[in-house]
Design a protein around this ligand. Structure first.
Ligand code: ATP
Ligand code: MG
Ligand code: FE
Length: 347
């Protein structure tokens, strides 16, 4: 079906029209400038900005796709997880439109959207596959079994990968958001300049957890290094960025490849903002090729938050006969294994 999808879970107001795996329009109004002064997303400002921007984004999405309301089959919005006030803006808009135009409504799990970003550029990708989801709030290795059916195999014990990029960028005084800045700077640095800890998770019975990760130790190690180097003189920022990025990429690549091999999965999709990282892409591709695994990278624009990926997930659920109640609320947290709680099955 043709879906109008809305994404307002964090700091991007986005509206897209998606037909199955085809993006007809994808309007993304980023609030990065608004939050930059504060060095992070300010929830109250985010909700207000979504309110001010959403109507224009809806109109633009329809115009750019050259669709009218009669041609829209269902209306979807991200309903969890995310900032509650921000989610409410998108969900309320979607429900109102669904009532007004008598269309089915679908709530979408934000992380399921990040997984579906890979479908948009790979028309032939089908489950089962492994998804490495690395974003501002999550670092997960997910076994994608079917539409709405997921198993969490690995996660972070503390900071998410994107959060680590943002925090390290802040302590290097590089600005916000840190990921893209570190990525660019790393290209001029030596990734072997500093040896940093990989943050392995010890198991009570001995050995290490094969799929879980931890980034807070790595962040602290960079902080100590910066404090020491600052006393000695100029900070080798590019080398620090390159070494940090290389370590994150190495950790994520190791865990993901091992998991794919252990579970006998031959396809790996990556998603979330950190999936845009050039170091991670390079290492994952190299290691996957060594083991004859196929890796799917969404285009950069579909890695960070956007409504096209939400529309793609909604479109698949809609095709399976899943729709949501207009009583569906928003939730700041919701495990990806609970996705089917969002839908009433029609058949
Ligand atoms: P979540 O999806 O977990 O709710 P989010 O929606 O805020 O979190 P995304 O929009 O998917 O997260 O990703 C934003 C994160 O991606 C930020 O932390 C940003 O620094 C990081 N990021 C973006 N581009 C890059 C890059 N090239 N390299 C590394 N990190 C990046
Ligand atoms: Mg964002
Ligand atoms: Fe996201």
């Amino acid at each position: 079906g043709t879906i109008l999808a809305i994404e307002t879970s964090c700091d991007e107001t986005s509206v897209a029209i998606v037909k199955n795996r085809q993006v007809l329009s994808n309007i993304v109004a980023s609030q990065i400038q608004l939050h930059r002064t504060y060095g992070g997303v300010v929830p109250e400002l985010a909700s207000r900005q979504h309110l001010e921007t959403i109507n224009l984004c809806i109109t633009k999405a329809l115009v750019e796709a050259d669709k009218n309301w009669q041609e829209i089959d269902a209306i979807a919005a991200t309903c969890a997880p995310g900032l509650v006030g921000a989610l409410l803006v998108g969900v309320t808009a979607a429900k109102t439109l669904a009532m007004l135009y008598q269309k089915p409504f679908l709530g979408v799990h934000h992380l399921e959207g990040h997984i579906y970003a890979s479908y948009l550029s790979e028309p032939d990708l089908q489950p089962p596959f492994l998804c490495l989801l690395v974003s501002g709030g999550h670092t997960s290795i997910i076994y994608v079994k079917d539409c709405g059916l997921y198993e969490m195999l690995g996660s972070t014990r503390d900071d998410a990968a994107g959060e680590a990029f943002d925090k390290v960028a802040r302590l290097l005084n590089l600005g916000y958001p840190g990921g893209p800045i570190i990525d660019k700077l790393a290209q001029q640095g030596n990734p072997q300049a500093f040896k940093l800890p990989e943050g392995k998770i010890s198991l009570p019975q001995g050995g290490y957890h094969p799929y879980d990760s931890s980034f807070s130790g790595l962040k602290t190690a960079v902080l100590r290094l910066v404090q020491k180097l600052e006393l000695e003189g100029d900070l080798p920022v590019a080398d620090l960025a390159a070494s940090f990025q290389d370590t994150v990429a190495k950790v994520l690549t190791k865990r993901t490849i091992k998991c794919a091999l252990d579970y006998g999965l031959t396809k790996i999709a990556i998603g979330g903002g950190v999936a845009a990282n050039s170091g991670l892409r390079k290492q994952l591709l190299t290691e996957a090729q060594k083991h004859n695994l196929q890796v799917y990278f969404p285009p950069l624009k579909l890695c960070t938050d956007n409504a096209a990926m939400i529309g793609c997930a909604a479109s698949d659920h809609f095709a399976h006969g899943h729709t949501s109640s207009l009583n569906l609320g928003v939730q700041s947290r919701l495990e990806i294994t609970e996705v089917m709680k969002l839908y009433d099955k029609l058949n």
